[in-house]
Design a protein around this ligand. Structure first.
Ligand code: COA
Ligand code: MG
Length: 289
């Protein structure tokens, strides 16, 4: 699966920002036709995306397109216009049911078949950002086209009538549900946007909190957020070294017949080894080892 530590949005009408995005070495670039695009510019957004997919080289960055929500009246034309240019994936905002995922899957599957592309070569990521989206997570997370669940805090707060706070306690249960469902179905989990894009200190705090919660990446909205966020979701050299020691010493103790043992004053047993293995997997995926 494509590594997505940072997923950068820009309004799909903004040709300059798309051109800027491809120079940033960001894992995923998401051209947004939804809330980043004004209502009277949806057609222009489609045309700009088509031009970008045809003319620009995205390098190692993933090419994603966010369509308008299902039921907005724009979604069908959004999908139909961009699919022939094979984006790497589609992002759907405000997803609320399994049948909405089936609808998108069918549309994408038909285009793959018509063009002779491999089935499931266009991936799907969905934004869980309403109360109903959280309640229906279980029926949505188990779809073979899905790569990830994205948590949208601002829309979620609006949907339940919560007031956002810096600590984010008002969205914590929903945020954590997204991670849990993603993990249960082998998907990636992408954390909420940190909207105060000039504040690097609190961005780093929120990104490391998300990584500690089990998120694999985070949505971002500004070039200054790329490096700190990608770093927060990449295991540090010392974390990798420790994880490797845990795995190595565990194997040695297992063959000596010990399931639990001590390392640096701490008890090590199976769950700690499993977590260490996850650190190693993430480091490998990020090209660190
Ligand atoms: N993607 C790519 N480039 C971006 C960018 C983004 N999301 N946000 C800013 N930039 C570029 C600017 O165009 C500018 O480029 P330049 O130096 O070549 O002129 C540079 O980075 C510095 O930008 P800055 O002046 O600090 O910000 P701004 O005032 O131009 O833009 C926002 C501020 C919030 C409007 C802008 O960051 C943005 O549009 N973010 C994405 C919003 C979005 O897509 N929302 C919907 C999804 S949640
Ligand atoms: Mg939104």
């Amino acid at each position: 699966m494509k590594v997505r530590r940072a997923l950068l949005y820009m309004p799909a009408t903004d040709w300059n920002k798309i051109n800027k995005a491809i120079t940033l070495n960001v894992d995923s670039i998401c051209m947004d036709m939804e809330d980043g695009t004004a209502l009277n510019r949806k057609a222009e957004a489609r045309d700009t995306i088509i031009r970008a997919l045809q003319e620009l080289s995205f390098g190692k960055s993933e090419k994603l397109v966010r369509i308008n929500s299902i039921g907005s009246g724009f979604e069908k034309e959004d999908l139909e216009s961009v699919l022939p240019f094979h984006p790497d994936g589609i992002v759907i905002p405000k997803i609320e049911s399994g049948s909405q995922i089936d609808w998108a899957d069918e549309m994408i599957g038909k285009e793959e078949q018509a063009q002779g592309w491999e089935k499931y070569s266009i991936r799907l990521l969905v934004c869980i950002e309403t109360a109903l989206g959280i309640v229906n997570l279980k029926e949505m997370a188990n779809h073979p086209r899905l790569d990830g669940l994205i948590f949208g805090a601002e829309d979620f707060a609006a949907s339940i009538g919560a007031t956002r706070s810096r600590g984010g306690w008002e969205v914590m249960v929903a945020r954590s549900s997204v991670v849990t469902h993603a993990a249960a179905f082998g998907l990636q989990a992408l954390d909420m946007i940190f909207v105060d894009f000039r504040d690097q200190v609190n961005l780093k705090i929120e990104a490391s909190q998300a990584a500690a919660m089990g998120f694999t990446g985070k949505q971002i909205i500004h070039p200054a957020q790329v490096a700190p966020v990608q770093e927060a979701f990449t295991p540090s050299a010392s974390a990798i070294e420790y994880a490797q020691r845990v795995v190595d010493t565990f194997l040695a103790h297992q063959s000596d017949g010990a399931g639990a043992y001590e390392l640096d004053g701490k008890m090590i047993d199976m769950p700690i080894v499993k977590n260490a293995q996850k650190v190693i997997d993430r480091a490998k995926a990020a090209g660190k080892i």
